[in-house]
Design a protein around this ligand. Structure first.
Ligand code: KIV
Ligand code: ZN
Length: 514
């Protein structure tokens, strides 16, 4: 790459599988992580932060496997400023053609108080740990966590130490989403001007969205000289989330006239990965979310529709196909065959093996029997139902009696490990009755942390997608199911979540990780 090309290029560092997955309830299974990593690699993400290898056996295995399967992306793992973390991280990422170790420590006064280190002691720790990482891997990233609330002089001092110890990327995290655009640009610019050796390395920006400014802050940091943006699909992440990949990438594409930097992202793959991340994380995308929300390209009002018909540019600053939205979404009906289904699912980003297609085709036919028109969103919902965990528990039969007179009752048969069990339970509403019946047939201590219903498409025959999150002894699982009957979808979503909870590996972060 020429020097000018390097100047113009902004690297996209995706942390959906680390910072995104760290969000309570967004835990993904091993298979789901591999699938998302493959999609990120294919869409042109420069660096994938695949996990936090010391956090658990599951994280380690996922990062190792993603590293082995990676094609173009750099595979990065996170490590605290401790030798065992860094060693473990290297063990996982070393399988990648392009590995990176990302090590960090909280440098602000509040964060320094946690390990109870003086400024000098912390400076020494940074030197030792970055040097250690650099001895293992020639691509090391260092982050002063809570950089935006760290004293200026101390921030410069620590960044200089990390550069001298061999870090080739310095990430400046706005850990608590506190900064604002002008400040974000200024911070990076002053670091580049002040810290010796800063012009030899790449500065990254890592923003959280607590004040709704993550995208603006990231783009401002690039204007200030940062050349790597850290972000997640759909802005997934703790609290209000991280910078959304689709927002910064499309902003740089659409407003390249005033932000003359390029990314290597194939933007036509945005919608598919957005849908997939929403499904596997259980965090659905709000309808009016920029770029990937259901309404982002919908023009409902008369004036808008009239303008759109005459010239799409009247109200559209980007074309739906730029982000991978197909023109028409009426797709299939009960006469559609298996080949048509496979081809449509491929358009939507799903590559299915023959046995998977067979299973999906059966469920597609069942849906098409109940619903005249099957839309893209119906198929995405159907795919969200494909469980990748073993179904210990299945819904065999459900009938609810409901009406104006409470209580409502549910007659439920579950198949648990091959054996049918049946009960009738009552509740305050049909869903409550069904959940009580499940509890009676499969007693458990999990608490319901989320119950959410979404209509997939319009019309009274629309499918409902139900998301359920359960929490038991600090373990969280999220499951989903869709059906034209909301109560059936609720029962299946609850059972799907229980199945996930049963196989959920122990995922406990190390005690002093903040
Ligand atoms: O927000 C943050 O500070 C982080 C660091 C671990 C980089 O995610
Ligand atoms: Zn973060």
């Amino acid at each position: 790459m020429t020097d000018t090309a390097k100047q113009d290029r902004v690297l996209i560092f995706d942390t959906t599988l680390r910072d995104g997955e760290q969000s309570p309830g967004a835990t993904m299974t091993h298979e789901e992580k591999l699938e998302i990593a493959e999609m990120l690699d294919e869409m042109g993400v420069d660096i994938i932060e695949a996990g936090f290898p010391i956090a658990s056996e599951g994280d380690f295995n996922a990062v190792s496997e993603i590293a082995k399967r990676s094609v173009n992306s750099v595979i990065c793992g996170l490590a605290r400023a401790q030798f065992p973390d860094i060693d473990r991280c290297w063990e996982a990422v070393k399988h990648a053609p392009k590995p990176r170790i990302h090590t960090f420590i909280g440098t602000s006064p509040l964060h320094r108080a946690i390990p109870n280190l003086t400024q000098d002691e912390m400076a020494q720790r940074i030197h030792d740990t970055v040097s250690h990482a650099r001895n293992l891997c020639d691509n090391v990233q260092w982050s002063p966590m809570d950089a935006t609330r760290t004293e200026w002089d101390y921030l410069c001092r620590t960044v200089e130490i990390a550069i001298k110890a061999g870090a080739s990327t310095i990430n400046i995290p706005d850990t608590v989403g506190y900064t604002a655009p002008a400040e974000s640009a200024d911070l990076i610019k002053r670091l580049i001007e002040t810290v010796p050796g800063a012009d030899e390395i790449i500065f990254a920006t890592h923003c959280h969205n607590d004040l709704g400014m993550a995208t603006a802050n990231s783009l401002a940091a690039v204007a200030g000289g940062a050349r790597q943006i850290e972000c997640t699909i759909n802005g997934l992440g703790e609290r209000a989330g991280n910078t959304a990949l689709e927002e910064v990438v499309m902003a740089l594409k659409v407003r390249n006239d005033i932000m003359p930097w390029k990314t290597g992202i194939d933007t036509s793959k945005i919608m598919n990965i957005s849908r997939r991340v929403a499904t596997v994380s259980g965090f659905s995308v709000q309808f009016n979310k920029a770029i990937v929300g259901k309404n982002a390209f919908a023009h409902e009002s008369g004036i808008h529709q009239d303008g759109m018909l005459k010239n799409a540019e009247t109200f559209e600053i980007m074309r739906p196909e730029d982000v991978g939205l197909s023109e028409t979404s009426i797709v299939m009906g009960k006469h559609s065959g298996r080949a048509a289904l496979r081809s449509k699912l491929q358009d939507l980003g799903y590559e299915l093996a023959d046995n998977q297609l067979k299973d999906v085709f059966v469920r597609f036919k069942a849906l098409a029997d109940r619903k005249k028109e099957v839309y893209d969103d119906d198929l995405v919902a159907l795919m969200g139902d494909s469980s990748d965990v073993e179904d210990h528990i299945q819904v065999k039969f459900l009938r609810v009696i409901c009406g104006t007179e409470a209580p409502q009752s549910a007659d439920l048969t579950l198949t648990i490990d091959g054996k049918d069990v049946q009960t009738t339970a009552q509740g305050d509403g049909p869903v409550d009755a069904v959940f009580n019946a499940i509890q009676a047939l499969f007693p458990h201590d999990a608490k319901l942390a989320l119950y959410q219903v979404h209509a997939v498409t319009e019309g009274t025959d629309a499918q409902a997608t139900v998301s359920v999150r359960l929490e038991e002894d600090g373990k969280i699982a999220t499951g989903q199911s869709s059906d034209t009957d909301t109560v059936v979808a609720s029962a299946k979503a609850y059972v799907n979540t229980l199945n996930r909870l049963l196989v959920r590996r122990e995922k406990s972060a190390p005690a002093d990780f903040v």
